[in-house]
Design a protein around this ligand. Structure first.
Ligand SMILES: [Zn+2]
Length: 261
């Protein structure tokens, strides 16, 4: 698959750097992939008890299926990934370490097409496979808290982290370069799965328009720089879009289900 090679290279390069102890471009990551997935198992339990998950099997199933198809295009496809829908009006989605992706009903209800939703989910998966979350906290104060979850030294640490995530709508505050990387990989992921990457550009434009009215949570957690939309447009334009889709069966009823929350 044309997508597997560049991604594998990115991953191998990042692993080689962290093994040798050198800082990666975004900073060193103190956590191994195994540790991150172990952490994810604990965070999943805590987050799912603290967040109000949407109790709609068809809606959750649709989002999960979309996410799993994209994950299978990556070198992290053999790891368990979990996708959840949160009953929350705020337009947001986030990735937490260890293959966790949460999408708010507010985001699903507001997108115009399956490809726009795929854009948001691809972007979150990209943060996950680039391990931006653990990379960010490796450089921040939360590193100790995270380490105590991995080491099992503080039984309340996972709950504390989950509380922070629930309050902030994000695991970590991403940098502009994190966002650029997540958009870039997201575009490739979408195309590899059959979604038109134009969807990500449309999503950002739609949200930026609504942002004029204030308070789009997605931009608080995933900063929108002035050149971000233009860059995504250029990335999407480079993709051979023949055969890629904007819509699909199942999307309209999933959006209606999300709008009921
Ligand atoms: Zn982001």
């Amino acid at each position: 698959m044309r997508f597997a090679t560049p991604l594998a290279l990115v991953f191998l390069a990042a692993s080689a750097l962290s093994l040798s102890g050198c800082a990666t471009i975004g900073g060193a990551n103190y956590y191994s992939v195994d540790q991150e997935w172990e952490l994810g198992q604990q965070l999943e339990v805590e987050l799912n008890s603290q967040l109000r998950l949407a109790n709609d099997a068809a809606l959750t199933g649709y989002v999960r299926n979309m996410g799993q198809r994209m994950v299978r295009q990556t070198t992290f496809g053999d790891r368990p990934w979990r996708f959840y829908v949160v009953a929350d009006d705020a337009i947001n989605a986030f990735n937490a370490p260890g293959g966790l992706v949460y999408v708010n009903t507010g985001l699903i209800a507001s997108v115009g097409s399956a490809a726009e939703l795929a854009g948001a989910i691809a972007h979150e998966i990209a943060h996950g496979i680039e391990r931006h979350g653990t990379q960010r906290v490796s450089a921040a104060n939360e590193a100790n808290l995270l380490a105590s979850v991995v080491l099992g030294s503080d039984p309340n640490a996972a709950a504390q982290i989950a509380t922070q995530i629930a309050a902030q709508g994000a695991f970590a505050r991403f940098s502009r370069s994190d966002e650029r990387e997540a958009d870039e990989i997201g575009v490739q992921l979408m195309a590899a799965t059959g979604y038109d990457p134009e969807g990500l550009a449309l999503l950002l434009e739609r949200l930026a328009e609504q942002e004029q009215g204030g308070g789009i949570e997605f931009f608080r957690t995933h900063p929108l720089s002035s050149e971000r939309m233009e860059t995504v447009r250029q990335l999407a334009a480079r993709v051979d879009r023949r055969g890629l889709r904007m819509d699909e069966s199942g999307f309209a009823s999933a959006r209606r289900a999300a709008q009921r929350y």
